[in-house]
Design a protein around this ligand. Structure first.
Ligand SMILES: [Zn+2]
Length: 58
């Protein structure tokens, strides 16, 4: 279920409102950028501690 917040902004660019088609992003571009980060396998921001998801954590 989607929550009806007032600030339904794209989590990536934080400028455009979310489009249902590309939820939770505003456009295919933002969705693609986010996907690209994950595919690279290093969703880690420089200067921050390693953020690793445990794959087998259920
Ligand atoms: Zn966006």
């Amino acid at each position: 279920m989607e929550t009806a917040d007032n600030n339904d902004l794209c989590p990536l660019c934080k400028k455009n409102s979310i489009t249902a088609k590309y939820h939770p992003f505003c456009s295919a571009r933002c969705a693609d950028v986010d996907l690209g980060r994950w595919l690279k396998g290093n969703y880690v921001l420089p200067g921050e501690k390693a953020y690793i998801l445990k794959a087998d954590e259920t």
